[in-house]
Design a protein around this ligand. Structure first.
Ligand code: ATP
Length: 400
């Protein structure tokens, strides 16, 4: 009934208004006034309809969820943690089920004449814990920002969980990220901070208990964030990134500024996430840490790729040498001469070790020849290189 009455009113309104305007203002000004009125009403109706359509979520979709916490980006004042507007999307079909978690193809980003990222191409296996290493200014953060859709590439392309980075909304709901350290409301306790994020992201608040457990912060969850140690703050940041149960976790320097205990905590946490099947992509300067927790590593310098692959393969493929230590330091020279005679150059360290540029197979022969010459060796073995050694070799000694 009300609708019918309104309909009649709307129908009668133009005729009534026209009669009123013509009577009051005369024929011509009255018509112009009515025309203007109609245009204004049409514009208002159009704007209202458009707003309604934009606000509506597509059928079957879920409200946005938070997955990225960043500082140093274009974040404005509070809230400090930027929730991304994310919508779940199905993973693209893949015959063998091995769609790379990350796939970069000639990805580049220039700032004026500076090539911050210069034609990067590599793939990260799903379910692996992959380190992302490089000296200062190598382009790690810039790469990560492009992968998370925070900045656009200048050239090249990449996909995250099978979806193009040109459409971040299609994959961000399945990605958790922590960039350049966590940012939370200092006076709120850890639990409340996470609850705020969960609410903003449309995530069930019960998930907060799960992530607090995962990062081992349940006991301190009621303490204000400002009272947390750096390690705890970092773990709370990781907890925030874990709220949407991500398939891929992207962490930019999560161990930056942490003491050895904090580093160990974060390392244990990330390793356990990797064991549970989450793909972890983690940038760090701390190569020893990467070596201990990563299966794969990507090394870049000046925006360009130096290495991408298994950590073990990287270390084993490097030129390794033998270390031989005689019982008596005065035998070092004779030992060196034996090696030189076999065609292997040597160098002596200040601590009395002889480094021999020879394959592992030469160790047995060296042992026999040294014994025959009356030299007793107290140590003979392969000089195991660390990722750090390899990194410095690859980056030509640049300090990270
Ligand atoms: P770090 O380990 O020191 O954080 P990084 O490997 O993360 O370094 P990026 O932060 O990605 O390196 O920076 C790569 C290069 O791009 C640097 O030379 C940096 O100064 C430059 N750069 C990054 N962002 C911008 C920007 N918005 N405008 C201009 N230059 C930029």
């Amino acid at each position: 009934m009300l609708a019918w009455t309104l309909g009649q009113l709307v129908n009668l309104l133009p005729a009534g208004a026209l009669a009123l305007a013509v009577t009051h203002f005369g024929r011509r000004p009255g018509l112009i006034l009515i025309l203007l009125l109609i245009i204004v009403v049409a514009v208002v109706v159009y704007l209202l309809v458009r707003r309604r359509r934009r606000g509506a979520l597509p059928e079957g979709s879920q409200p946005p969820i938070a997955g990225i916490s960043t500082v140093g980006s274009t974040a404005t004042s509070p809230p400090l943690v930027q929730p991304a507007i994310l919508r779940p999307a199905p993973a693209p079909a893949s015959a063998d089920g091995a769609t790379p978690a990350l796939l970069l193809e000639g990805l580049s980003k220039s700032y004026g004449s500076l090539k911050a990222v210069d034609g990067l191409s590599f793939a990260v296996r799903p379910g692996s814990v992959c380190g992302f290493a490089g000296p200062n200014g190598a382009g790690k953060t810039t790469t990560i920002r492009m992968l998370l859709g925070l900045i656009s590439p200048t050239a090249g392309t990449a996909s995250v969980l099978g979806h193009s980075i040109h459409n971040p909304a299609s994959y961000l709901s399945r990605v958790g990220a922590l960039i350049e350290g966590p940012a939370f409301y200092p006076p709120l306790n850890g639990r409340r901070n996470l609850e705020v994020l969960a609410t903003l992201g449309g995530i069930d608040k019960r998930e907060v208990d799960r992530v607090l457990e995962q990062v081992d912060l349940r006991d301190r969850a009621r303490d204000p964030f400002r009272s947390y140690s750096l390690g705890m703050k970092q773990r709370l940041g990781i907890a925030a990134a874990l709220l949407p149960r991500p398939e891929l976790l992207v962490l930019d320097e999560p161990t930056n500024g942490l003491d050895p205990t904090g580093i160990r905590e974060v390392r244990t946490l990330l390793r356990s996430l990797g064991n549970e099947g989450t793909t972890v992509f983690i940038s760090s300067h701390l190569l020893e840490e990467l070596q201990q927790m990563c299966d794969e590593v990507v090394i870049i310098r000046q925006g360009q790729l130096l290495f991408a692959g298994e950590v073990d393969a990287l270390i084993q493929n490097q030129q390794s040498d033998l270390i031989a230590v005689p019982e008596h330091a005065q035998d070092l020279e004779r030992l060196g001469a034996i090696c030189a005679q076999a065609g292997y150059p040597t160098s002596t360290t200040a601590t009395g070790q002889l480094h021999v540029a020879a394959p592992v197979g030469f160790s047995a022969e060296l042992n026999r020849t040294a014994m025959a010459a009356g030299i007793t060796l107290v140590e003979l073995g392969r000089n195991r290189q660390s990722l750090e050694d390899v990194f410095f070799e690859l980056t030509e000694g640049q300090k990270s």
